[in-house]
Design a protein around this ligand. Structure first.
Ligand SMILES: Cc1ncc(COP(=O)(O)O)c(C=O)c1O
Length: 391
């Protein structure tokens, strides 16, 4: 068994070897530019992009023409939110989001505020869910878009997406969902879910880093956004720049594999996640954060009472690669804004860990993980008690 055991799949997933295999020819022999229309190198690349686009679209129930390739979810989020605002034509200047969004959404919202827009940040319940009455009440005749993530990256909590989209539709407001953690892990269907804009990232679903997509609805309603990167008018002039052909091939293959494995893999991963969780819950003073009913199958976020979170992380990380929150904020010692929004104290938030499993996680890795974590926490608590007694 390779140590440390990798339980940080929400930060990034290892690439599936089948994805790498599909990509390799597009670095060497099939190196063409997908926009080159005058020779076979370009046609081959374009064909590969078309297949990738189809595979990505299929995973989310979209039409291929609704997929705009980007460098990842952060760019997709910026394009969706800024793109809607800059295209508002004076129709409005307000948006609604929630306090537990990923930093990519929150920082883009801050940019909107600095540029003349208004943002309402909805609170969440102890379970991490937005209140639908609060949401509806926050809508004004100046509201352009509701931006609520599909599932949270720290706790895995899944928002009531179809209810949110019904409210958005009723008030003629667009609905953007950051589905970076959900796509490939649970069924996501932009039609059934009533989503108008949706962000995805390949490296969260066993594809390569540096490639992602924004879904942009083409009818009922047709969504029009302003481009944020100008140049050669690629991607229907929504995102200029030479297409990352190997990345798109890998992204497409990764989506195809997720689609084929969705049911089986979900059951297996959930079984292992529940096993890890129930074994760790045997330790006194241990809690699970966020909704346990509406939750992604591969994440558990757990708090451990009576420990020093910082020291614990340092000890655990030698043998189990987990994290204290999102990868973007794992270097900070500030408590997670997500856990604080659920009502956790600073010290409890700092003593919380996200364990996220993946397609390649095995039962023996999970058994080893809870054995190690239990041992470290028990040792750690005894040491803390001894030092408190001697002071
Ligand atoms: C919910 C969520 N949104 C957005 C992102 C950013 O994705 P990317 O790394 O593709 O820019 C992440 C990655 O951690 C995420 O978990």
């Amino acid at each position: 068994m390779k140590l440390p055991v990798y339980l940080d799949n929400s930060a990034t997933t290892p690439m599936d070897p089948l994805v790498l295999e599909a990509m390799l020819p597009y670095f060497l022999e099939n190196f063409g530019n997908a926009s080159s229309r005058s020779h076979v190198y370009g046609w081959t690349a374009e064909e590969a992009v078309d297949i990738g686009r189809q595979q990505v679209a299929e995973l989310i129930g979209a039409h291929p023409t609704e997929i705009v390739f980007t460098s990842g979810a952060t760019e997709s989020i910026n394009l969706a939110i800024k793109g809607v605002f800059e295209n508002s034509g004076g129709k409005g200047n307000h948006m609604i989001t929630c306090v537990t969004e990923h930093q990519a959404v929150l920082d883009t919202c801050a940019w909107i505020e600095q540029n003349g827009g208004h943002v309402t940040y909805l609170p969440v319940s102890k379970e991490g869910l937005v209140d639908l009455n609060d949401l509806e009440k926050a809508i004004t005749d100046r509201t352009l878009v509701i931006s609520i993530m599909y599932a949270n990256n720290e706790t895995g909590t899944i928002q009531p997406i179809q209810e949110i989209s019904a409210i958005a539709r009723k008030h003629d407001v667009l609905f953007f969902s950051d589905a970076t953690q959900a796509v490939g892990k649970i069924p996501v269907d932009v039609e059934k879910d009533g989503i108008d804009l949706l962000s995805i990232s390949a490296h969260k679903l066993y594809g390569p880093k540096g490639i992602g997509a924004l879904y942009v609805r083409r009818k009922n309603p047709k969504v029009v956004i302003s481009s944020q990167i100008h140049g050669g008018r690629h991607e229907k002039n929504m995102r200029s720049g030479t297409l990352n052909v190997p990345g798109i091939v890998g992204f497409g293959k990764a989506c195809e594999l997720c689609q084929n494995e969705l049911d089986g893999a979900t059951t297996a991963i959930k079984y292992l996640r529940d096993k890890l969780e129930s074994e760790l819950l045997k330790l006194a003073g241990t809690y699970v954060n966020g909704s346990q009913e509406n939750r992604l199958p591969h994440i558990t976020n757990m708090s451990f009472d009576a420990v020093n979170g910082e020291n614990l992380l340092l000890e655990i990380c030698r043998e189990v690669a987990a994290s204290r929150g999102s990868a973007c904020s794992s270097v900070t010692t500030r408590p997670s804004h997500v856990l604080k929004a659920l009502g956790l104290s600073d010290s409890m938030a700092l003593s919380s860990f996200r364990f996220s499993l993946g397609r390649f996680t095995t039962l023996s890795e999970i058994e080893e993980s809870y054995r190690i974590i239990t041992e470290i926490i028990e040792k750690h608590r005894i040491a803390l008690k001894l030092s408190a007694a001697s002071n």
